[in-house]
Write a protein that binds this ligand. Structure first.
Ligand code: ADP
Ligand code: CA
Length: 490
């Protein structure tokens, strides 16, 4: 049996609850057509309105908090090394620029030719050599963002040596590269020679930024006392003209002030040791070794265990003595040419190379060599630049875990013993850290963060809205129970 109001009553239903309930008191029974009851209609309308309200609330939460379209920013750094220049383009989402790990390298362009210090006799060429990579950068960075994209050039040990040797020549080289960079559509921020200390510091920042070591889990923001001093990784950078070692030592006191760096990053203090060994990059160290060995030859012929068997090279002695790394011993030599002949012997090579590291004196509690302070090594190290190139060449970079030293040694040993005729001829570095620093992307204090991600926020809003609707509906049903319900008629 169906209950319904009579056909003359629908108009009454619009007159309000009181009237409707009064009508409900005297339901009429029609034996034929089933009709929707008055209160059920009202309930349906109310339910519909609640659902509508819930949908509107959810839609508002979603649309109001929807992430804005990605606004990407770019930065360009030129690493003017002693052997060559590389141009790096980085990008990051503008709204997250103070987060960690959001900057990505999107392009690396290797400049053809020499490092900029190699153009000291023809300085204009130093600038011209960069043009090709600057054009490449213009293709990578969207045109509308060219004017706001900063471009920096940092020159390292090759230019440090040139500055020591001839300051005005080094200035002319820098002016030439500056001219090229200024003429680009980007926002030129400067071309300068960075110090060895800076190079070490930025390499360390790069490594630890890429490894996510500055990041603390979001929930720890609420419990600052639990924020641990998670370990950092040391950085080893083998360049062509200098080598940097940087790490956070165990001991608080760094005995030599010039080796000491203090950072405050994301609300945490770091005491870091760094040293840049000028002249101990891979290329300059080899020159040093040759110059040292030459002192003990009578006629300029050198049988060198550090070159492959069958390797032959003749070089002018004057070319060897071209920079401050090698003391002026050239005048005392009775010959003008060096005849180099390889005999590929790893062990003997090691012995001859050790001559350029003086470990006979140390004015500190511990030293590296040449009287340079070095605290006890601490933690793991990330090694890049020529360390990587050499290991990569020996096929030792594909392994997931670090390669044991004896395996690396035996790979070098076996490579060195091969005859010369058999042999055919991601970047980590200081540049990312340099850009992070110059664009203020690594703040001293941890930036305030939202406690919830966008997805969790929307989810929570939806859940709360549904609970709210359910509670309202239940309360309404409890306190304004339609009489038909009270009588159990529906
Ligand atoms: N792709 C490569 N393969 C092997 N060695 C490389 C490669 N690229 C660079 N190198 C070597 O790495 C060193 C990089 O030094 P560089 O950065 O130019 O000098 P510095 O940092 O001392 O100013 C040089 O010895 C260079 O010969
Ligand atoms: Ca370098």
């Amino acid at each position: 049996m169906h209950l319904s109001l009579s056909s003359s009553e629908p108009a009454e239903a619009e007159k309000g609850g009181e009237r409707t309930l009064a009508l409900m008191d005297e339901p009429k029974v029609t034996g034929t057509k089933p009709r929707t009851s008055w209160p059920r209609k009202a309930l349906l309308i109310l339910g519909f309105l609640f659902a509508l309200a819930a949908i509107a609330l959810v839609a508002m939460a979603v649309s109001q908090n929807k992430p804005l379209p990605k606004n990407i920013k770019y930065g360009i750094v030129l690493d003017a090394g002693s052997s060559h220049t590389n141009l790096y383009v980085y990008e990051w989402p503008a709204e997250k620029e103070n987060d960690t790990g959001v900057v990505h390298q999107v392009e690396v362009c290797k400049v053809e030719g020499l490092g900029i210090s190699g153009y000291s006799q023809d300085t204009e060429k130093a600038g011209l050599s960069l043009q090709h990579c600057m054009k490449r950068a213009q293709e990578v960075v969207p045109e509308q963002q060219h004017r706001e994209t900063p471009v920096y050039l940092g020159a390292t040990a090759g230019m440090r040596l040139l500055s020591l040797q001839n300051r005005s020549m080094a200035d002319r080289v820098l002016s030439a590269v500056e001219k090229t960079l200024r003429s680009s559509p980007f926002n030129f921020q400067g071309a300068r020679v960075i110090s060895g200390q800076e190079e070490g510091a930025y390499g360390w920042i790069t490594i630890n930024y890429l490894l996510g070591n500055f990041k603390q889990p979001g929930w720890l923001n609420f419990l600052p006392h639990l924020r641990s001093s998670r370990g950092t990784s040391g950085a080893l950078d083998l360049g062509g003209a200098s080598t940097q070692i940087t790490f956070a030592p165990d001991q608080e006191l760094i005995e030599s002030q010039e080796n000491s760096l203090h950072f405050r990053l994301y609300g945490k203090n770091y005491n870091v040791y760094t040293h840049s060994f000028l002249c101990y990059g891979k290329d300059q160290a080899l020159r040093l070794k040759l110059a040292t060995d030459l002192q003990s030859t009578q006629n300029g012929s050198l049988l060198d265990p550090c070159f492959h068997l069958g390797y032959l090279r003749i070089m002018n002695i004057s070319d060897l003595y071209t920079n401050p790394c090698i003391a002026n011993g050239e005048q005392q030599l009775p010959f003008t040419q060096l005849h180099l002949q390889g005999n590929g012997d790893y062990q003997r090579c090691r012995m001859t190379i050790q001559k350029i590291f003086n470990t006979s004196y140390c004015p500190y509690s511990s030293c590296a060599f040449n009287g340079i302070f070095l605290p006890p090594l601490q933690g793991e190290f990330g090694a890049f630049s020529a360390f990587y190139f050499v290991m990569n060449f020996l096929n030792l970079t594909t392994e997931k875990s670090p390669v044991p030293l004896d395996k690396a040694t035996s790979a070098v040993e076996s490579f060195c013993s091969r005859p010369w005729h058999e042999i055919g001829s991601s970047d980590a570095g200081w540049t990312l850290g340099y850009m992070l620093n110059l664009t203020n992307m690594i703040p001293a204090e941890k930036p305030p963060t939202r406690p919830l991600s966008h997805a969790s926020y929307v989810g929570l809003m939806v859940f709360c809205s549904l609970v709210l609707v359910a509670v309202l509906l239940l309360s309404w049903l409890t306190f304004h129970k339609p009489k038909c319900l009270q009588k159990g008629l529906i």
